[in-house]
Design a protein around this ligand. Sequence first.
Ligand code: F6P
Length: 510
Amino acid sequence: MSDPISAAWERLDALQPATLETLFANDPERAAKLSRRLEFRLGELGDVGMLLDWSKTHLDDEALGAFEDLAEACDFPRMREALFSGGIVNPTEGRAANHGAMRGSGPEPEVEEAGALLARMGMLAGAIHDDALGEVKHLIHIGIGGSALGPAMAVDALTRDGARVDVHVVSNIDGLALEQAFAACDPATTLVAIASKTFTTTETMTNAASALKWLGERGVSDPYGRVIALTANPEVAVEWGVDETRILPFPESVGGRYSIWSSIGFPVALACGMDDFRALLAGAKAMDDHFRTSDGRANAPLLAAFADQYYARLRGCQTRAVFAYDERLALLPDYLQQLEMESNGKRVTVDGEPVERPTAAVTWGGVGTDAQHAVFQLLHQGTHLVPVDFIASIAPGDLLDPAHHRSLLMNCLAQGAALMAGSEADDPARCYPGDRPSAMILVDDIDAATLGALIAFHEHRTFANAVLMRINPFDQFGVELGKALAKRIDAGEGDFDPSTTALMKAAGLA
Ligand code: F6P
């Protein structure tokens, strides 16, 4: 007899999927059954409202029941509780994943510590806003990966109508990125934030040194006095030369790609104000509460993970696409790429055994309607089956003629309908096969609280996928080998393959 996990997958393998058209025809309540309207009232921090519609996916009652059994077999309720109660959910590094505590969802001591760190962040942001460090008009935020993508996305999303401080996020070691930030900033009114959990990342430390040099060369008398550190390694930041009073620490147990809730989110506080940063946290906390207290298909992130598992593991979809029909969320696909692919792009289970099925799909996407005129051809008529998420806002981000926003939303809805319905024609080149899945997240508006809830939704969806696949989403050893080899090239050490050796010569590296 097979174990409960294998038995659940056997049931899932045996599903005979009906077409989307048939699923809707057989159940007049389908749209309502597979949609969730989430509403969070956050008092003075705002309200969050979002409709999540998963009805245009191939999940039906039978599939949902089998996935619910799989979740039970994978010990989902216990794993979820372990996440929120500081259990070791990252076994390869022997760590908890305490990002939830940063927004108030976690064990008491961690939540208390997070409150103290947040207060410290508020004081520094307040001091800067009050010109205690001199006039500050610009912030160059230097960090990479999880130390950059979250702040870049959130600042971009929340400052479309203006920012208290002009933020430039620089991540790439390509000096051009930093030069471009320099060109946009006046050194006399610029602060530099060095954002690095480890405070050792090559790109970040190289860019930080160059930024310090730039400040000095441009007549700033005390360049170190213009530097802030956002890090889980404050001792190294002090050694580097950052004054202790301008270091905003965060705990080691907060992973890089989950760190926007910690001091890594400082640019959001500086650009938008502490109220917005608190609203971001509160929106995420509300999503935590939903995730923690809802079961099975009623749990929105878990439902989304069921669909992800269905397409990646049962239908062989190697990618999933996310299209934000809103300029404010233009950087969301980039953010989700790291969140999902660095978390779940794994090949062994928590027991160190090879996985038996594919893990994370490749996440990609863009902004609507632009993407319609560039990549949607493949979605509608290509040979790949690509599950698509659409994300849109009922309230517009612009003040122009409402015709703009109306057209944006109409296009978004039309794409989901077209993917599903398809269309016949005598000419095969003009045929659309249809039966192509999509999901929709329609938020009331994009403000700090809603963004917090949206990010937390995706964090929990990623975690739920990991639990269903029995993999550890909180380590990322896969990024280390390339870094080590780059160091060996730098040191002129080691034998490389003939191709790399020739390329090293051609590039002037050997
Ligand atoms: O190389 C991957 C990674 O470790 C990410 O996980 C992390 O977000 C990024 O590098 C930056 O690391 P740090 O914040 O320590 O500079």
